[in-house]
Design a protein around this ligand. Structure first.
Ligand code: SDX
Length: 429
């Protein structure tokens, strides 16, 4: 295959020779960086066919339903690894030796507490504030506490910021929940695993010892792994764009949390559970399927469809089996919402509209039912998604900042507004 593409543009005398960069997996890319000299811009609203960067972190094959973290299939990591080991893998690119993993785990464990002053932040919010609004604010404010590590060009500062974020997100997430229900904040416990610690901070109370449930802790850990990274999705692209200006990592992660909140992205798990509750009974599924197909109706089947996956999202299949495990463990195996979800999935997958548009369940379809069965309120679903995705965001941020060639992101546009005109005084309008 040639290493460049030749573009013949009407009215441009010289043909454009555009370099082609080779991939290890997926699509090679045509480099249009020098395209501007042609007098044209490329145009790709929603970045459907645009590679914004080069990355070595995560690969998705949407046609085959493949997801690799640093080359390792998500199915193997979900079954054999742990979220903290996946954090190490995403951040550093390789699976750790036992010794390196023990050191990493020790560092994360010893950064799980937040400055006591942060507790005062919460009292400024109403108790019924959406936890995502609180999380955006508190994570963005973290940079106010870590003046010692904000030099983004210092590799050690980048590493300690990544550790602090991975370590403190469960603490902050649990604080958002505790604040919303009027219960006292619970401190992290160093003798618990990452997922057990999160569940402890969410559900324990000072008045009694907390009994961890290993099935729920394992399921929580797997949910974190499934949500850890997903290449250049909207929130990761937000973090990269914010980071390209030189903003500190806490501000960049806060921007990522804000982007994730949307129902078309990370907010879909919350929207999906609300949708299942609104459907209410299997007999109503047909009506909602028709609504989803009606172009005039903005309703979409939450938890279905994906920009990249045109096959089953591999995370959805793992999420489905985890959902059954959790429902079994909590003694809710005949959860009516699960029955509606499974019937909805079956009907949609057999419907010509969904088949033709290659719409399959995505990671958000079963996560809501699973989290709900674990006693986690709907408003906390996207907070948990943000907790897990923080390692992906900071890994991409680190990859970009660590690349000496990186530049500030500054897209151009197709301008179709008014041409130049003179100001008109009131009496002449
Ligand atoms: C996540 O990017 C990532 O990797 C995201 C994520 C991650 O890990 O970071 O995987 C997490 O965000 C998963 C997606 C969660 N969102 C939802 O479940 C919300 C419902 N899904 C849709 O909003 C939609 O499918 C998107 C937003 C996910 C994808 O939108 P696209 O790629 O822009 O696709 P599209 O809107 O252009 O849809 C293509 C066609 C359209 O019909 P036509 O205009 O071609 O006639 O499919 C239709 C859409 O109307 N369609 C749906 C549908 N999703 C797409 N119709 C009904 N129900 C749906 N859910």
């Amino acid at each position: 295959m040639t290493d460049s593409a030749i573009l013949d543009i009407p009215g441009v005398s010289e043909k454009l020779e555009l370099p082609i960069h080779k991939c290890t997996l997926g699509n090679d890319v045509i480099d249009v960086n020098g395209f501007g000299k042609s007098g044209y811009f490329t145009y790709d609203p929603g970045f459907v066919a645009t590679a914004s960067c080069e990355s070595k972190i995560t690969f998705i094959d949407g046609g085959k339903g493949v997801l690799l973290y640093r080359g390792y299939p998500i199915e193997q990591l979900a079954e054999k690894s742990s979220f903290l080991e996946v954090c190490y893998l995403l951040l550093k690119g390789e699976l750790p030796s036992e010794e390196d993993f023990a050191t990493f785990k020790h560092k994360v464990t010893n950064h799980t507490m937040v400055d006591e002053q942060i507790c005062k932040f919460f009292s400024g919010f109403r108790r019924d504030a959406h936890p995502m609004a609180v999380l955006v604010g508190t994570v963005g404010a973290l940079s106010a506490f870590y003046h010692d590590s904000l030099d983004i060009h210092n590799e050690e500062h980048r590493e300690i910021s990544a550790l602090r974020l991975i370590a403190k997100m469960p603490t902050l997430a649990a604080m958002c929940y505790k604040y919303s229900i009027g219960q006292p904040f619970m401190y992290p416990q160093n003798d618990l695993s990452y997922a057990q610690n999160f569940l402890q901070m969410m559900f324990s109370v000072p008045t009694e010892d907390f009994r961890t449930n290993d099935v729920l802790a394992r399921a929580m850990d797997r949910i974190f792994t499934l949500h850890a990274d997903h290449e250049q999705n909207a929130s990761t692209s937000t973090v990269r764009l914010a980071g390209s200006t030189g903003a500190n990592p806490f501000a960049c992660i806060s921007a990522g949390i804000a982007a994730l909140w949307g129902p078309a992205h990370g907010g879909a798990n919350e929207a999906c559970l609300r949708m299942l509750k609104e459907i209410g009974h299997e007999d109503n599924i047909g009506k909602y399927i028709e609504k989803a197909k009606d172009k005039k109706d903005p309703f979409r089947l939450m938890g279905f469809g994906h920009r990249v996956y045109k096959n089953m999202d591999p995370r959805a299949a793992i999420m489905r089996s985890t959902c059954h495990e959790v429902l079994e463990a909590v003694g809710d195996s005949d959860d009516p919402l699960l029955k509606i979800a499974m019937k909805l999935e079956k009907i949609a997958l057999e419907d010509e509209y969904f088949i033709q548009k290659k719409l399959y369940p995505n990671v958000d379809f079963y996560s809501g039912i699973t989290l709900s069965a674990m006693g986690i309120p709907t408003s906390m679903f996207t907070v948990i998604f943000a907790l897990a995705r923080t390692v992906g965001w900071i890994s991409h941020w680190n990859e970009m900042i660590g690349d000496p060639k990186h530049r500030i992101g500054r897209p151009r546009q197709l301008y179709t507004g008014p041409t130049k005109r003179d100001f008109v005084d009131f009496d002449k309008r």
